[in-house]
Ligand binder design. Structure first.
Ligand SMILES: O=C(O)CCC(=O)C(=O)O
Length: 270
């Protein structure tokens, strides 16, 4: 009888261990951010942020975006406008979306001028200047009710690869090392920000989980300020920080750029 009890206990322990290992494996693959320490060890905020629009402007944009809810993709990550890496849209849809965005949100000229000063290089929209089927920057909306808005580190820990999803024209040359990612917070619920880890995909070793490789790497938490423009190359691992959904959705203007060597310009896209 006693032996039977011990065997049942052992089996239970083995089942619990197996379930824990499976759960840990699942989390380490899908939500590696949950296993990281997220201690800020570096400070290079000054390099990445610049003042872009004031609170009146962000408020006006937010009202416009709120009335655009119909265009949101889903309840966790919503988008206004079409992004190559999310929607992989055909050129007709891009054209429709771009026309809509450019008419509704009168921010695009100001954005290109700001980035031109910031990057010290002409920034253009290939859709407008060369009539190419490439999406213009748009808006990300993270729902207040999402897990991210409830304070969990569940956002994607990634490096940007968007440039691989865009139909760049064959007759131009691009510098694939000159990529840009920019974000402008339109709302800043408490704790809204970004973690950047100073390591790229070259640090990753086969068979070693991402979170384990990155756990001791220099890390920076960048608290977002309303209307500021945050620019980085996107090739270091980064992750959106959890935020306090009590204070509303997390809304940002989001876009990317790639340097076109043949035209000597940065091409802005999403
Ligand atoms: O929303 C942000 O803060 C950054 C978004 C991001 O990581 C990305 O678009 O690659």
């Amino acid at each position: 009888m006693k032996l039977c009890g011990v065997i049942i206990l052992l089996v239970l322990i083995i089942i619990i261990i197996i379930i824990s290992v499976i759960l840990l494996y699942y989390i380490s693959i899908h939500f590696p951010g949950m296993l990281m320490k997220w201690e800020t060890t570096h400070n290079w905020c000054d390099e990445i942020e610049s003042s872009f629009i004031n609170n009146t402007e962000t408020c006006r944009l937010h009202n416009l975006i709120n009335n655009d809810k119909i265009r949101w993709v889903n309840s966790t990550l919503g988008t206004v406008g079409m992004a190559a890496y999310i929607d992989s849209p055909c050129s007709d849809k891009i054209s429709q979306s771009n026309t809509y965005m450019l008419n509704r949100y009168d921010i695009y000229d100001q954005l290109a001028t700001h980035l031109t000063h910031r990057l010290k290089c002409k920034c253009v929209y290939p859709y407008l200047k060369y009539n190419l089927p490439i999406g213009v920057p748009g808006f990300h909306i993270f729902d207040a009710d999402s897990w991210l808005g409830k304070g969990y580190h569940v956002a994607s820990l990634h490096t940007d690869q968007q440039e691989k999803r865009v139909p760049w024209p064959d007759n131009e040359q691009f510098d694939w090392t000159k990529t840009i990612s920019f974000t402008i917070p339109i709302t800043t619920p408490e704790q809204c920000g970004l973690y950047i880890i100073q390591r790229g995909p070259e640090a990753i070793k086969p068979g070693i989980p991402l979170w384990w490789t990155l756990r001791d790497a220099p890390t920076q938490y960048i608290p977002y300020k309303l209307g500021n423009c945050y620019v980085h190359h996107g090739k270091w691992y980064h992750m959106i920080s959890p935020f306090n959904g009590k204070y509303g959705d997390r809304v940002t203007l989001q876009g990317h750029a790639l340097y076109c060597i043949s035209k000597k310009e940065y091409w802005l896209y999403w």
